[in-house]
Write a protein of this length. Sequence first.
Length: 138
Amino acid sequence: MKKGNNKGFTLIELLVVMIIIGLLASLVAPKLFNKLESSKRKTAKAQIQMIETALDAFRLDVGRYPTTQEGLKVLWENPGNIKKWDGPYLPKPVKEDPWGNPYVYKSPGEHGPYDLYSLGADGKPGGTGDNADITSWQ
């Protein structure tokens, strides 16, 4: 066996590479997490718009928006007691916002025929930044 023909990395070389990767990750990770939260807000807004379209289709078929008691569930599941129901109006259920909280639906609403909104990251009314509510009327 010849000496000096060892192929591979030394422990020091591996540690240096791991430290460099760690430093790069510490620089990039905060920016990625900010993008993650902003993408959740954009997703919630897009879901609200999709639900609004489904609510309008429901109204065209039935002649009214779902009541608060019926909720959004009537958009994907036929309750059996609504004449002219011709759904499902959504391809799949949208029960929760991107943070895992249920969307709030009230009909009649304070801002129009219905109010539809997400309570944001904190799940509480109001808030700023990522905790701000995302509404259908703004």
